[in-house]
Ligand binder design. Sequence first.
Ligand SMILES: [Zn+2]
Length: 168
Amino acid sequence: MKPALLLNASYEPLSIVDWRKAVTLLWLGKAEVLVAQEREVHATHQSITLPSVLRLLRRVRIPRRRVHFSRNNIYRRDGYCCQYCGDRFNGADLTFDHVLPKSRGGDTSWTNIVTSCQPCNRRKNSRTPTEARMPLLTQPYEPRWWPFSAGAGNLEEHPEDWKPYLWT
Ligand SMILES: [Zn+2]
């Protein structure tokens, strides 16, 4: 049985739950089905449609979760595109660049690190984007947490009917 995507009452993705947990939430009247799966589960006198996406009826407050700061998550944030020339690369051909160079006091953080291809990284060297005349395509930022940012999961591997809810 396929797991379900659980959304908060505010529609933000909370977690992925197995079908038993999903059905329990529905039975308890704590959630509603937004998208149903094709298959049904037969209980004693009734059949239950399994949800593929369900939403809590009351918003739960969750502590702010942060995306793990890592090389791969930086590449993912930037869509595997060099933030100087805009070309797309494989992870192996990418590196990360300190926008304000480390030698000038730049820190290693979400807001000072961008994805860069190796030629752009060499060309920029220890200059700022302004000095190097290499404007950034997007300003670096800390990405918002969502259920798959924690793992290596690729969005393409998740059910088609989850997708509209993952980008909101
Ligand atoms: Zn480049």
